[in-house]
Design a protein around this ligand. Sequence first.
Ligand SMILES: Nc1nc2c(ncn2[C@@H]2O[C@H](COP(=O)(O)OP(=O)(O)OP(=O)(O)O)[C@@H](O)[C@H]2O)c(=O)[nH]1
Length: 290
Amino acid sequence: MHRAGFVNIFGKPNAGKSTLLNALLGEKLAIVTPKVQTTRHRIMAVVTEPGYQIVFSDTPGIIDPKYKMHEKMMGAVRSALEDADVALLMMEAKDNVEECLAMFDSLKLKATCLLVINKMDVLEQAELDALIERCKAWGKAKAVITISALQKKGLDVLLKQILEFLPESEAFYPEDTLTDRSTRFFVGEIIREKIFLLFEEEIPYHTAVLVTQFEEKTTLTKISAEIIVTRETQKGIILGEKGKSIKEIGSRARVDIEKFLDRKVFLELHVKVRPKWRDNDLYLKEYGLI
Ligand SMILES: Nc1nc2c(ncn2[C@@H]2O[C@H](COP(=O)(O)OP(=O)(O)OP(=O)(O)O)[C@@H](O)[C@H]2O)c(=O)[nH]1
């Protein structure tokens, strides 16, 4: 019997959703940084093995619709809720368990839920046991599974549980499909990751990256990208003194993009100021956010 279906991962920002996807896929697809809300888009990842195909979706963290962009992100969470065969409700081992369970309750899930406690590596066994008991008592998940996405622990149990609830079906995608996202998209995400890693607090949240040129030449790939910010002062910060910061973003991003594409890359970055891009539907569309 062949099983196939859609599994969506929900959880607070920073729960480790992207890390889990990467671990399951064995490829660096979703960007992973220690700052919250790095994941803005739904990223689909397909795991195909003899006998089954699981289509995972990483959803943006659940957050307040403070800006329009955040409303769009909430929309993504909701649409993911509606089409899941199995929903993985993910929390961190050190999270406030009552708050997490209340948050999961508020989603009013209809799909089959598995409660996944990530970062089990940060708790002692006794604390973990107590947490598992509490989560089991909640009663709304078909199973409570502890994992460490970072250390790739517990993933086999997780996969086994998912398969138990996956419908009998033919595969949805050809077996070599890894993701629905384009190479351009991942290139933009790699650049965004560097901005997240290099700048403090506000800057990354005011930034979007748009890959404007992607040309495969004989010896290298030529890529141009725009870093979009909301204010002149932010432009100054991204550029840095004598362009030092943007050079740093560029050289770090280039190393990773070359690894990702497995070929030499010429990367050109420009900074553009677009006030209020986060509240403007046209821009959000252009940046692929809606
Ligand atoms: N100790 C520990 N850290 C982890 C584990 N899994 C993820 N992390 C770390 O937690 C941080 C957040 O991980 P992400 O995978 O980016 O989290 P996310 O849920 O995708 O976050 P958003 O994109 O903000 O929604 C990173 O610093 C990870 O390295 C784990 O099993 N153990």
